[in-house]
Design a protein around this ligand. Structure first.
Ligand SMILES: Cc1ncc(COP(=O)(O)O)c(C=O)c1O
Length: 401
């Protein structure tokens, strides 16, 4: 049981949910239960009670701790914290964001089903739909999810079972109106799933806006320190949560105890990190917007961003992800990525340290030749929490002014 109260603010939840002092020792941080199996007090008499367990098929609950694929106390602490942060009834922690997506999709979709996906989705998500799920008879249709009329029309045309939304999107930072899309999806009989990786629950809470499911790559802002890969699914409905838990246990891509512990530790500073990411992101975006070697900046905090008003309505801040098109073209963009001092050339995002990358040749290479191909002169920045002036200076130097 958590120490949190329903009235607690998210800064408090991030630190306390799932982190009740250890009942045996009083340790203020949940221990790493690096264990695969548990002593039973008699055959089938497990310790830990029903809350620890998972549903083993319709109606039968595994009571307590039996085996760590099914339930582990350190993973349980993380899952309790994630559920509280997103305002969901249940969260499940996975070995990666892609494992979380895969489990969710195989739980809610069947052969013959259709899904709407953002026309600028994360390349790995696109690859999962394009290269894996199509093989199982699930078809996908890319739509600009920042355009509600286009989503409504695509839903009517394809009778999609699921609307998949990323907001802001990776790497073009377009923003979808979650409340409006929830209404549209539900009126068309579809579920709305939101990949909340770029915003984190500190900046945006999709379930409160009407979404049915939230997905995370916890590798990013939740973990926050570029030292662990993980994923999560959070649901508003207990029955869907039980089906997911059954499939998670059955297919097995769970988060390990140490990875769960690292993620939980990262989450404790989520609020202060996100505030700084937002400040630095805004400072970097403002500099780029007035730079002669930058053709276009993508940052939802800029008033010129086409979805700025929607972002301002549903997000507490605009985050630390900034993309831009280099006015010098593809080669200039690629070369710039190798010239920064503080921004490290690398994939991933959301850590305390700033990263730079070329999506067309790196994170989104798998979308080449598809409707999701990204501009070749695009550079993506994950703006960290270093000193903002230092970061601006680093980029100016790398741009050549
Ligand atoms: C928006 C988004 N969703 C999902 C993922 C996949 O997460 P993971 O790399 O933890 O599997 C990523 C990874 O970059 C991402 O950026």
């Amino acid at each position: 049981m958590s120490q949190t109260d329903p009235t607690d603010a998210i800064e408090t939840i991030a630190i306390h949910a799932g982190s009740e002092p250890d009942p045996r020792t009083g340790a203020v941080v949940p221990p790493i239960y690096q264990v695969s199996t548990y002593k039973q007090d008699g055959v089938g008499q497990m310790r830990g009670g029903r809350l620890a367990g998972a549903q083993d098929g319709p109606g039968r609950w595994i009571e307590g701790y039996e085996y760590s694929r099914t339930a582990n106390p350190t993973r349980g602490a993380l899952e309790e914290c994630l559920a509280a942060l997103e305002g969901g009834v249940r969260a499940l922690a996975f070995a990666s964001g892609m494992a979380a997506e895969d489990c969710l999709l195989r739980t809610v979709l069947r052969p013959g089903d259709h899904v709407l996906i953002p026309h600028d989705a994360y390349g790995g998500t696109f690859r999962l739909f394009d290269k894996v799920l199509t093989g199982w008879g699930v078809s996908y249709h890319p739509v600009p999810v920042s355009d509600p009329a286009a989503v409504r029309a695509a839903l009517a045309e394809h009778h999609a079972k699921l609307v998949w939304v990323e907001t802001p999107t990776n790497p073009l930072l377009s923003v979808a109106d979650i409340a409006l899309l929830a209404e549209i999806a539900h009126s068309g009989g579809a579920l709305l799933a939101v990949d909340n990786t770029f915003a984190s629950p500190y900046l945006q809470q999709p379930l409160a806006l009407g979404a049915d499911v939230v997905v995370h790559s916890t590798t990013k802002y939740l973990g926050g320190h570029s030292d662990v890969v993980g994923g999560a699914v959070v649901v508003a409905d207990a029955e869907l949560g039980a089906r997911l838990a059954f499939n998670q246990n059955t297919t097995g891509a769970v988060a390990g105890p140490f990875d769960s512990w690292l993620t939980l530790r990262g989450i404790k500073t989520l609020a202060v990190r996100m505030d700084r990411h937002c400040d630095n992101g805004a400072q970097v975006a403002a500099m780029l917007a007035s730079h002669p070697r930058v053709a276009q900046v993508y940052y939802p905090g800029l008033p010129s961003h086409p979805n700025h008003e929607v972002a301002a309505k549903q997000m507490r801040g605009f985050g630390g992800m900034v993309s831009f098109r280099h006015a010098g073209g593809e080669q200039a963009a690629v070369e710039m990525c190798g010239r920064t001092r503080l921004f490290t050339l690398g994939e991933s995002l959301g850590g305390v340290e700033s990263l730079i990358e070329h999506p067309g040749r790196m994170t989104h290479a798998s979308a080449a030749g598809s409707p999701l191909e990204v501009p070749s002169d695009l550079v993506r920045l994950s703006v960290g929490i270093e000193n903002g002036d230092d970061l601006v200076e680093d980029l100016r130097r790398a741009l050549g002014s």
